[in-house]
Design a protein around this ligand. Structure first.
Ligand SMILES: Cc1ncc(COP(=O)(O)O)c(C=O)c1O
Length: 460
């Protein structure tokens, strides 16, 4: 989630970096932001807007006044870049052929997309339902587990995000979505601390983010396994195999937790809504984990960065709700959405984007580690493929929240957009189509922004 940035504050109240960014927002964007503020219900993380976009193409977004920014944020939908011509063409073609399929009528694109996903997915995931967004897809998965196991409890991780609906927010672990003013969440949604080696919640040091497994003996996996063993009636563990913060699990984490799930009769739901479809350098992030889930949830990039589309892939034994409604969505088999999904999979295959993410990601991580080596402000560089985090720290090792926010503004002013997660992690998530030259340009911007902020805040 991006930190919200208040453009409505008077300049006098803004930090230098914010004020500097504000001076980059031109009159057309300001006018739109003003209208946006008058008409939309406000909500944290969405408003007030940073700027206004009038065009998005490839790795670029262009603001209402014509300023271009590289988009390393893209809400994780833009694996193919913005406006990929093959996806656009597929959508247009499909609009002419068949624009909608009413419920109880199937159609060629929806069936073909489901078949393609099953063919690509880890073995055993043979059944599909589509949903209009990730949150809804997570809720389908939760319902399927309830029906299949007769268990309603879940175990998931604090700090995780799985969507904004009540079911998804219940298994999520972010306070913004679970505040008591929102009322009760789902009963039985239990949480444990996640894997987060650089800031191990169990207190084990991991210098440079590398865990000392002989010391911690993977306390994070054992804690989750302990809860499953004690409770014995947890229906599902719901988790991202690679956390989008990002955090990569310590080696052996998933086999250990999968084993605990199997012993407790608990199913494993992997949420790959942002990290699936090649982002981590494998088609599915769980391929790094060495275990297959019982249910896999995809979303975001599946709609080609243009249309909302998510998918639940489940084993055959979850085909248990024939007489119930678990995901009864108007656009369940929408041919246009499915055509976008098919074109997306074609582009990922034809442009070799999975291997590209692996290569460019390894390059960017290595480059960022060199950059970090001589900068005290950077505490950790981590990630997989083109999902990369740069965690900023104060000299005492605590999260450098102000520096991260200032770095974001300084980078925006230089033409690079990304998000800051958990207050102090610069989260760089470029499209998989990015060229090496543009990636280099972006890394130069990150470095310059960091150096400017370190100098301004006395953190060199
Ligand atoms: C890990 C994860 N799960 C689920 C979701 C929810 O997806 P959607 O916004 O399509 O409902 C998100 C969205 O950011 C996400 O990052």
């Amino acid at each position: 989630m991006s930190r919200s940035v208040d453009l409505s504050e008077g300049d006098a109240n803004l930090g230098d970096a914010r004020a500097a960014w504000r001076s980059h927002v031109g009159p057309a964007a300001r006018e739109l932001i003003g209208r946006d503020e008058r008409v939309f219900l406000r909500q944290s993380l969405s408003t007030p807007c940073l700027s206004a976009v009038r065009r998005a193409e490839g790795i670029w977004i262009e603001d209402a006044d014509g300023r271009r920014l590289m988009d390393f944020h893209g809400n994780s939908v833009h694996h193919l870049g913005h406006g990929h011509p093959r996806v656009k063409a597929a959508i247009v073609r499909q609009m002419d052929d068949l624009a909608f399929a009413p419920r109880r009528f199937t159609c060629e694109p929806a069936v073909a997309l489901a078949e393609r996903l099953v063919a690509l997915a880890p073995p055993g995931l043979t059944r599909v339902l589509f949903a209009p967004g990730g949150s809804e897809a997570i809720e389908i998965a939760l319902k399927l587990v309830r029906v299949a196991t007769g268990r309603h409890k879940t175990l998931s991780f604090w700090d995780a995000f799985h969507g904004a609906g009540f079911g998804a927010a219940s298994v999520g672990g972010e306070s913004l979505f679970r505040d008591s003013r929102l009322g009760p969440m789902l009963a039985g949604a239990e949480h444990v601390a996640p894997f987060a080696c650089f800031r191990c919640p169990y207190g084990f040091p991991a210098p440079g983010g590398a865990p000392d497994l002989s010391a911690c003996r993977m306390a994070c996996a054992r804690a989750a396994g302990f809860v499953l063993g004690r409770e014995r009636d947890v229906g599902a563990v719901v988790a991202e195999p690679v956390r989008a913060v990002p955090y990569v699990p310590p080696p052996g984490f998933w086999p250990e937790l999968r084993g605990a799930c199997d012993r407790a009769g608990t199913r494993l739901i992997f949420d790959e809504i942002p990290a699936g479809l090649g982002k981590t350098g494998r088609m599915f992030a769980c391929e790094h984990a060495g275990v297959a889930p019982d249910i896999l949830v995809l979303g975001k990039a599946l709609g080609g960065g243009m249309l909302p589309l998510a998918a639940v892939l489940a084993r055959d034994d979850f085909d248990v709700a024939e007489d119930l409604a678990v995901g009864h969505y108007t656009h369940e088999k929408n041919p246009i959405l499915a055509a976008a999904g098919l074109a997306t999979l074609d582009v990922i295959r034809d442009e070799g984007l999975v291997a590209r993410a692996a290569d460019l990601g390894a390059y960017a991580l290595a480059r960022l580690r060199e950059i970090a080596a001589c900068r005290r402000l950077i505490g950790d560089v981590r990630g997989l493929g083109l999902l990369i985090g740069v965690e900023l720290v104060r000299p005492d090792g605590t999260p450098a929240v102000e520096a991260a926010e200032a770095t974001l503004y300084a980078a925006l002013a230089r033409g690079l957009s990304f998000k800051v997660t958990q207050g102090s992690v610069l989260t760089l998530s470029p499209p998989l189509i990015i060229s090496r030259a543009d990636l280099d340009r972006a890394l130069v911007i990150v470095t310059e922004a960091l150096d400017e902020v370190a100098a301004a805040q006395g953190l060199t």
